[in-house]
Design a protein around this ligand. Sequence first.
Ligand SMILES: *[C@@H]1O[C@H](CO)[C@@H](O)[C@H](O)[C@H]1NC(C)=O
Length: 388
Amino acid sequence: MNSLIPIILFLSWFGNAQGATVTFNVITFGAKPDGKTDATQPFLEAWAAACTAATASRIYVPKGRYLLRSAEFRGPCKSKIRVQIDGTLVAPVDHRAIGNSDYWILFIQVNWLSVVGGNLDAKGAGLWACKASGQTCPTGARSITFNWVNNGEIKGLTSINSQLMHIVINSCKNVKVSNVKMIAPDLSPNTDGIHVQSSTGVTITNALIKTGDDCISIGPGTRNLWMDKIKCGPGHGVSIGSLGRSFDEDGVENVTLINSAFSGSDNGLRIKTWARPSKGFVRNINFRNIIMKNVENPIIIDQNYCPNNQGCPSQGSGIKISQITYQNIQGSSATKVAMTFDCSHTNPCSNIKLYDIKLTYLKSTKAQSYCKNIAGSSAGVIMPENCL
Ligand SMILES: *[C@@H]1O[C@H](CO)[C@@H](O)[C@H](O)[C@H]1NC(C)=O
């Protein structure tokens, strides 16, 4: 009999170590799921409890609507945190409430963080209207941001009507974003779907993005980014850049986008840089198995980026673009020039590879391509005609 005791003790210890997750329900901290009572303080208190818990913890947000002002969830925390959201987080209707704080929901300096589920409604319309009226407006807030998060995850989240970008991954390592939806009107300003910057090892899988700016924008210092099953449009496409705003800028390297579709978007696969000197670069980028439907610029490298054609620099772009592969890109262009490579005269694009490109122009006439300051190679069918 006695010999069993150590075994039983071991089993109970083992069971505990595996399943020991402590749950903090925001309701018990005073949050009301009525969409009217300010839940910011209860959310922050639930976070403080979870962040200081000695074992893995879960913050639970039950069904219902929770009114949330700008909230900063700061680490480092003692152990893993999972934020499980079954409800909807709504911002105040008055856009000034979160509009002056850059961030609506900010997770900062946290390791091993999962945000699972949830609907975010930032009520961006007030800010867009303000901007359209020409009045002086607050800058606006990004909806959900990970700053300095290592080993993080955003899964099953839906974000609508962000004031600015929906999701921002900045200065992070190993963050997985999956099964997400981002929706805002076609003409809403600066509502990028997902922005990645200064981060390594980010993966984005299965994202549906219909928004007013880039579906995914990729900023300086992005390395080892993987994107697959992205549906984009309306929106401005998947954009690397704009880059070269400053001279001392980090490069972008090893980015893959596969098995994705663009529909009615302003761009498909875009690389854009300002026309001024910079130490930056874009290299080892792979676009594979992409379908375009009525896309204005299905494939574009623009090293003379100049939004609204106003007061932009007009030097040679210092951003060195090389090793860019486009493979199996098919579908329709909404404009005649389906492939544009407008590269820098001081730093021509090099090692650009085209394999099996089949893009047609909707209006029965043939699509065209445009090449400037570019070197590379091609194989398979290339349509529109290869200008490399
Ligand atoms: C490139 O990025 C992928 C993830 O997309 C990663 O698995 C791979 O190791 C990276 N390659 C290098 C050379 O870092």
